[in-house]
Design a protein around this ligand. Structure first.
Ligand code: ADP
Ligand code: MG
Length: 692
C-alpha cells in the first residue's frame, strides 16, 4: 500500500459544515460569545527542554526539539507511524497510531520538530505517543504566553477556535461595564486585562491559581457572570410584581370543610407551608412559590388546600402533572376529597376521546369546572379558562421552562395566575439563590408520622434468585412489590422488550402470584387498569419501567427492586425508592447491579445505602455531577453558570447579590446604564428564560 493513503479514512463524506455553524453549535454566535469562551486549560509551549531532561520528568508533559533521523511505517502490531528524532542529548521515538499520509511527508528525515507530550520509557526506549508537534525552523521563537486549550466541539480544531477568538478580540468594544469606583471598592480586576490574561497567560503566571480559578482574573469573570444573573433575576421579580393577579382572599367554607374532612392531621411543616402559601395568594400580584418536600412528605394535600382557597375566592385552579398515571392518581384522590364538598373537578389528558375532551374544554371555559387536573393537555391552545386564579405544577422539574410559561399564560388578560410549583428534588441553598432568586421557597421538612425507614441494599445481580425468594416472602406476608426494569436510554424498543421479558420471567418464577406490567407504551386505559389492580391489592408484583418514577402512591407496597441500578442517576433512584416506605410497614429497597461498578456508579449506590434524606442525596448529587447537569439544561434555561462554582464561590454569590440590589435600588441614569451594559454583555438575548 502506498504510504500516502491515510491510515484513517475520513468517515462518510458529509456536506460541508461552515466553521460558523460549528461555533454556533457551541453557543458561540457573537464576538462577545467568543471572547467569553475561556480556556479550560493551557499548554506550556514556552519552553523547550533537552530529550535527556524530558526523560527524567516522570509523568509530566514536556516539549523537546529535535531533527527527524528516521521515519517509518510499522505494521506490527498494527499500522503505525514511527518517527525518531534526536537532539544533542539523546533520541526519542514519536509514535502515531492514527495518522495521515501528509504527516509522513511532513515529518521526513532532516525536518526539525518540536514535540510536546509525556515521555515514557517503553520496550523500544524513550517514546512519546501521539505528541502534539510542530515543524519549525532552527531558532524559531518560542511563544511567550501559555497556549490556551478551549472547550471544543465536533470538527472544531484548537487552531480554528484560537483564530476565531483572537479575531473577535480585535473587534469587540472593551469598555468596562462596571464603574471604576465599584471595581475599586470590590477590589475587582479590570475587564480587558482579566480576559486577555485568561486567554494568553504570561509564562510566569501562578498556574495553580489559574487552574483552580482563584486567580483575580477568574474572580472578575465569575463576579460578572453572577452579577448578570442576579440583576436579571431581580428585574424579573420586579416585572412579576408589577403584574396584577387576582387576590385570592378567602379561606372559606370549602377550605375549612376540606381540612376538617381529611383522614389525618397536617404535620407541623405542612401547616407552616400552607400558611406561607395562603399569605401569598392574598396578594394582588402573582405568587411564584416552589414547594419542596422529600418524596412522601405530603405535598399533594397542601396544594389541594391552596386550590380550595382559589375556589373559595371564586376562581379556578389547575393542577398539571408530568405523567398520566400521576395525574390520574391526583384526580382520584382530590376528587374524592372535594366532590363530596360540592366542587366540580374536571379531568383532561391527551388520551381522552375527542368527545370527552370537548366536554372538558366546555366545562373549563364556562367556569363550571372549578378545579382542573391533567397532564400537558392543559396547555393546549384549545383550553381556555374562565378565570384561572392558581396554577399548580407537580414535579415541576419534569416540565420544560416553556411549558410552565404556557400554563401561566392561561390567565385572563391583565392578570397572571398565582403559581405553585412542587418538587421533591431539593435544591441546595446556593443553587436556589442563583437560579431561583425570583422564587419563594417553602420546604416541608418533616414526614407524616408513622412511616418506618426504608432499608436499602445493593446486591449483585447474579444473586437474583435470592431476590425473587424475597419477593415471594413479602407477597406471602400480604405486602406488595415494585420491580423496576433497567433504564435503556438508547432504545425505547429495547426498554419495552426488557420490561416484557422481565414480566414473563417473574410470572414464571412466581406462579402463585399475580404479576402485573406497566410501561409507557400502554394505552392510558390499560395503564389505569393495571394501576387500579395494584392499588386494590389484586396484583402482588408490579413490573414497571420508570413510568412509576414520580408521584405514584400505593402505601401497601413495601418492597422495591431496581434492576441495573447502576444505570440510574441519584435523584431518579431516590424518586423510585420513594414509592415504598409510604405505609407503616418496614420497607426495603434492593438495588440490583451488574459489576464491575465504575467510580460514579459505586458512589451513587453507596449514597443510596447510606441515606434516605433527599437533601443529603441532592447535595451529594451536586458533588458528583456539578450544578449544570444537576439542574439539566431544560431547568436552567440558557442561564447556566459557566464560570462560577456554587460550591466554592458562595461568597461571590452574596456579593453579586448585594451589588445587584444596590444597582437596582433608587435607580439613577448612571446605574441604569451600567445595568443595561452589563446584561447586554453577559446575557445577550438570553434573559427571557430567567423570567419563568
Ligand atoms: P409527595 O410529597 O411525595 O407528593 P404525597 O402528597 O403523595 O407525597 O403524600 C404521600 C402520602 O402521605 C399520601 O398517601 C398522603 O395521603 C399521605 N399524607 C399526606 N399528609 C399526611 C399527614 N399529615 N398524615 C398522614 N398521612 C399524610
Ligand atoms: Mg407528589
Amino acid at each position: 500500500m502506498p504510504a500516502d493513503i491515510p491510515a484513517v479514512k475520513p468517515k462518510t463524506v458529509k456536506k460541508a459544515v461552515t466553521p460558523e455553524a460549528r461555533l454556533a453549535k457551541l453557543g458561540l454566535h457573537t464576538d462577545m460569545d467568543l471572547v467569553l469562551h475561556l480556556p479550560m486549560r493551557y499548554e506550556d509551549e514556552t519552553q523547550v527542554v533537552t530529550i535527556r531532561e524530558a526523560s527524567m520528568r516522570g509523568g509530566e508533559a514536556s516539549q523537546v526539539e529535535g531533527i527527524v533521523v528516521k521515519n517509518e511505517i510499522s505494521y506490527k502490531p498494527r499500522k503505525q507511524l514511527l518517527v525518531h528524532i534526536a537532539d544533542e542529548t539523546g533520541d526519542l521515538q514519536l509514535r502515531f497510531m492514527n495518522f495521515y499520509g501528509s504527516q509522513v511527508k511532513q515529518l521526513a528525515e532532516g525536518t526539525r520538530v518540536r514535540a510536546r507530550g509525556e515521555l515514557k520509557h517503553g520496550f523500544f526506549g524513550a517514546e512519546m505517543v501521539h505528541p502534539a508537534y510542530k515543524v519549525v525552523n532552527e531558532g524559531a521563537p518560542l511563544p511567550t504566553s501559555l497556549t490556551p486549550v478551549y472547550p471544543s466541539g465536533e470538527g472544531l480544531s484548537q487552531p480554528i477556535l484560537r483564530r476565531a477568538i483572537g479575531d473577535a478580540m480585535k473587534r469587540i468594544d472593551w469598555t468596562d461595564t462596571l464603574p471604576a469606583a465599584l471595581r475599586d471598592h470590590m477590589q475587582l480586576s479590570d475587564f480587558e486585562p482579566a480576559v486577555k490574561l485568561l486567554h494568553y497567560p504570561p509564562q510566569e503566571i501562578d498556574e495553580h491559581a489559574l487552574a483552580d480559578r482563584s486567580h483575580p482574573a477568574w474572580v472578575r469573570m465569575k463576579f460578572d457572570e453572577l452579577l448578570a444573573q442576579q440583576l436579571s433575576l431581580k428585574r424579573a421579580q420586579r416585572a412579576r410584581r408589577s403584574k396584577g393577579a387576582a387576590a385570592l382572599k378567602k379561606v372559606g367554607a370549602l377550605s375549612h370543610a376540606f381540612q376538617a374532612a381529611l383522614p389525618f392531621k397536617l404535620t407541623g411543616a405542612q401547616q407552616r407551608v400552607l400558611d406561607e402559601i395562603r399569605a401569598d395568594l392574598r396578594h394582588p400580584y402573582p405568587m411564584q412559590r416552589l414547594l419542596q418536600g422529600d418524596v412522601g412528605s405530603g405535598k399533594t394535600v397542601v396544594s389541594a388546600l391552596a386550590a380550595a382557597q382559589a375556589i373559595d375566592s371564586g376562581f379556578q385552579a389547575a393542577l398539571m402533572a408530568p405523567t398520566e398515571i400521576l395525574a390520574d392518581q391526583h384526580f382520584r384522590k382530590i376528587a374524592a376529597w372535594m366532590e363530596p364538598l360540592g366542587v366540580k373537578v374536571a379531568w383532561l389528558t391527551g388520551s381522552l376521546k375527542k368527545k370527552d375532551k370537548l366536554a372538558a374544554y366546555a366545562l373549563i371555559e364556562s367556569g363550571e369546572a372549578q378545579l382542573v387536573i391533567g397532564t400537558h393537555a392543559l396547555i393546549q391552545e384549545a383550553v381556555n379558562f374562565a378565570n384561572l386564579g392558581l396554577v399548580i405544577v407537580d414535579e415541576q422539574h419534569r416540565f420544560g421552562v416553556g411549558q410552565r410559561l404556557t400554563l401561566r399564560n392561561k390567565g385572563n388578560v391583565g392578570a397572571v395566575p398565582h403559581q405553585l410549583m412542587m418538587s421533591a428534588t431539593p435544591i441546595p441553598r446556593t443553587l436556589a439563590m442563583t437560579y431561583y432568586a425570583d422564587l419563594e421557597v417553602s420546604v416541608i421538612d418533616e414526614l407524616p408520622p408513622g412511616r418506618s425507614p426504608i432499608v436499602t441494599r445493593a446486591i449483585d445481580q447474579n444473586r437474583r434468585d435470592e431476590v425473587i425468594a424475597r419477593v415471594h416472602a413479602a407477597a406471602g406476608e400480604g405486602r406488595q412489590v415494585y420491580w423496576v426494569c433497567p433504564l435503556i436510554e438508547e432504545s425505547e424498543v429495547l426498554q419495552l422488550q426488557t420490561a416484557t421479558d422481565t414480566h414473563a420471567m417473574l410470572a414464571e418464577a412466581l406462579p402463585d402470584l399475580a404479576v402485573g406490567l406497566v410501561h409507557g407504551r400502554l394505552k392510558a386505559a390499560e395503564k389505569q387498569e393495571v394501576m387500579d389492580a395494584f392499588s386494590a391489592g389484586e396484583v402482588h408484583v408490579l413490573v414497571a419501567t420508570t413510568v412509576i418514577e414520580v408521584g405514584v402512591d400505593v402505601p401497601n407496597a413495601s418492597l422495591m427492586v431496581i434492576e441495573h441500578a447502576e444505570r440510574f442517576g441519584l435523584s431518579q433512584l431516590h424518586q423510585l425508592r420513594g414509592r415504598v416506605g409510604r405505609g407503616s410497614a418496614a420497607s426495603v429497597c434492593l438495588l440490583l447491579y451488574q459489576g464491575p461498578l465504575g467510580g460514579v456508579a459505586r458512589q451513587r449506590l453507596m449514597t443510596m445505602r447510606e441515606t434516605t434524606d433527599g437533601f443529603e442525596i441532592a447535595r451529594r448529587d451536586l458533588e458528583i455531577r456539578g450544578p449544570g447537569e444537576f439542574l439539566g439544561a431544560r431547568q436552567s434555561g440558557q442561564a447556566m453558570l459557566r464560570f462560577a462554582d456554587l460550591e466554592t464561590d458562595g461568597w461571590l454569590v452574596d456579593q453579586a447579590r448585594d451589588v445587584a440590589q444596590e444597582l437596582l435600588h433608587e435607580t439613577t441614569p448612571d446605574k441604569a446604564a451600567t445595568v443595561e451594559a452589563h446584561l447586554a454583555r453577559w446575557l445577550g438575548g438570553k434573559e427571557e428564560f430567567l423570567k419563568v
